[in-house]
Design a protein around this ligand. Sequence first.
Ligand SMILES: [Zn+2]
Length: 181
Amino acid sequence: MADLLGWPVVDDTFADVLDANAHYAKEEHEVAETGVARKGLAIVTCIDSRINPLAVFGLVPGDAKILRNAGARVTDDVERGLALSAAALGVTRIAVVQHTDCKLTAASDADLLEAVGQATGRPAPPGFDPLAIADQPGALAADVSRLLESSLLPKGTVITGMVYDLHSGLLSTVVEPIATG
Ligand SMILES: [Zn+2]
């Protein structure tokens, strides 16, 4: 077991998770031979714990790359993951999927900076951007545009922007699919 000298260990915090995993590991699991996305699909969506991406998109493990962050925003690291997915893992189409009742649409950047400051007891460092969403269609259009203009995606990669309704379960297309050129 790896040891980080000087940091006190907190026991039992993950006992429930490890216990659940032990049960999971006893079941049969089909594992695809490689990490290539069988459906050629990548989904960028939010960390909201109410979203079950496999179920929402009708997927099973092996079908798609799923990249999650707060707000489903296209950041440097999302671009990195998508570039590698397109180059080496079979991805040819990308859906950026924000959702209804997202915390990042309900709060401003200032609110979120304040929340981080209160939680830690110190101000967030300069350069930390919460990426709050003041205008959901506008943010989706900006994020899809960023990918369309990315020099890291192959020509012909198709990109769309959607909103997932947590309550109806329906996806709606906000930015029609466009291919990188
Ligand atoms: Zn969200």
